[in-house]
Design a protein around this ligand. Sequence first.
Ligand code: ATP
Length: 590
Amino acid sequence: MPHDARAVVLRLWKAAAGERWRLVVATIFAVLYVVATLATPIYSAYLIDCLWALIQASFEQGRTFAVSWESGGAQVLGLLGVWTLAWLFYSGQALVMSGFAERLNLNLRKQVSRKINRLPLAYFDARQPGETISRVTNDLDKVSEVMQRGLLQLLISTFTLVGAVIMMTTYDLALTGLFALAAALSFLLTKVVAAKTYGAFDRRQAVMGRLSGKVEEAYTGRAVIKAFGDEEKSFQSICDDAEELARAGAFADFLASAVAPVIRFLMRLVQVVIALLAGRLLLNGTLSVGRFQAVFQYITEGSEPLTEVSGTINLLQGALAGAERVFSLLDQNEVEPDPKEPLALPEPLRGRVAFEHVRFGYRPGCPLMKDVNLVAEPGQKVAIVGATGAGKTTLINLLMRFYEVDGGHITIDGVDTRSISRSELRRSFGMVLQDSWLFEGTIAQNIAYGKLDATRDEVEAAARAAHVDFFVRTLPQGYDTVLTNDTESVSQGQRQLLTIARAMLADPAMLILDEATSSVDTRTEQYITRAMEAIMEDRTSFVIAHRLSTVVDADLILVMDHGDIIEQGTHLELLAKGGRYAELYQSQFA
Ligand SMILES: Nc1ncnc2c1ncn2[C@@H]1O[C@H](COP(=O)(O)OP(=O)(O)OP(=O)(O)O)[C@@H](O)[C@H]1O
């Protein structure tokens, strides 16, 4: 069973708020269906006894046996009517129940989607993307699929079993007792198997999550995998997980389906014993033919749910395992909420950025930045330099509040960035990163992403300023060319120019730029340099710098090492100091 099955069921109930009426309606239909199904044996018992009396009378009086409308025809039609009603109730219930399961799934899916936007980046750092995606897809699908079929079966099976036992007591108590004993035995067996199946289902869902993660990684990282000739290793690793999934899945399914035949066998044995006992009662005249067959129909009606219930409970385990994994995602700590009454940044924004005694570590207990202090005056160009892993990106991550500082303050024009909303903070920055983020849409839409109401003229003006207009016009569809996420027709350099155009159009007060390290052709590089210089004009800009010209021209150079700023000043100041910058300059740039 889940670690706390009752808690999972309670949370599912909560998640079904607003949809519970469907469950009530489905239950009413289920009860009506069971009543109609259980009514047929009584009705047929009466019918058979009537017909039996007729047969005997005809036999004694030497008449030919015939059934008229009055002597049985009407009852036969009535029986057909009850069957039709049962079918109608069953279909109605299935319809309402599928609506319930899908709505419940929709509610959960919305909660999960909202949650994903509120999770801190640290959550995603610690997990493979596919694992989280699997919770939104596979696990949720399992919940709705099984809820739909499983809950329906469970309702009908339980009502049918209880109803059949009650009806049997009206015919013969001893036979009912025997049947109840067999039912209790099969429940016990189900319980034992159910404990095992939960573990198997839980493992299957977990392996499925891991496998989705690897497939996703292999797909998005296919270029790197090919470049390192790692295809075989990547394939093997996916195969290993796929095989584990097959084993876990086969074991879970085997356990779930193996119990039903055992219970069916047990119930058949009981039926034989009851048949022998009931036969004796029939012969000594205690039971009529009609009542004998009614008892038998109730045994059959009551035995089938027992096999169903055991299978269904096993199926529901799968849903509970999926639901538990979804709830564990929903229970993750969220990012610190924005202040209830956020302050606003001054208008117009001057763009003075200050870090005051900032402390930060990605993992608790592992400090990276111990005491970072800096002031970027309005309009200054700040170059951040340092070896790989020195903390350049981390500085930007904190500035944009992708991660929260552990101590100290970051202020913009004197306002603490934690006292304004994240969206206002991020709106005040433009970002041009190395792996430029373009989405599936036209080039015009991609450029206008920072200013959704921009006119086509504004889009084209931004593209011209970013030196990308000429390239766009060489494409057959121009600004209406649709970019796919993986588009091959746009080079790395052109992608960067497009994101510069996007930033130009948004016209933010401050900028964050990550200079490209990947090789682009000289001509494109010239365009990029010119576009970057143009966009940095009169804006406070933070540049993760790789080019000598950017660093030398900067108003402030921050030299980072092991997370902290170890030197800061202008090019000449730092050279004169003869410290790490001078060393770096000699080795890298000179
Ligand atoms: N999401 C993360 N979770 C845990 N540690 C991280 C994370 N991102 C970076 N780090 C670690 O923090 C340190 C600083 O990384 P950061 O990315 O800021 O360096 P960088 O100077 O930008 O490097 P590069 O020039 O290679 O991009 C490194 O030791 C890195 O391993």
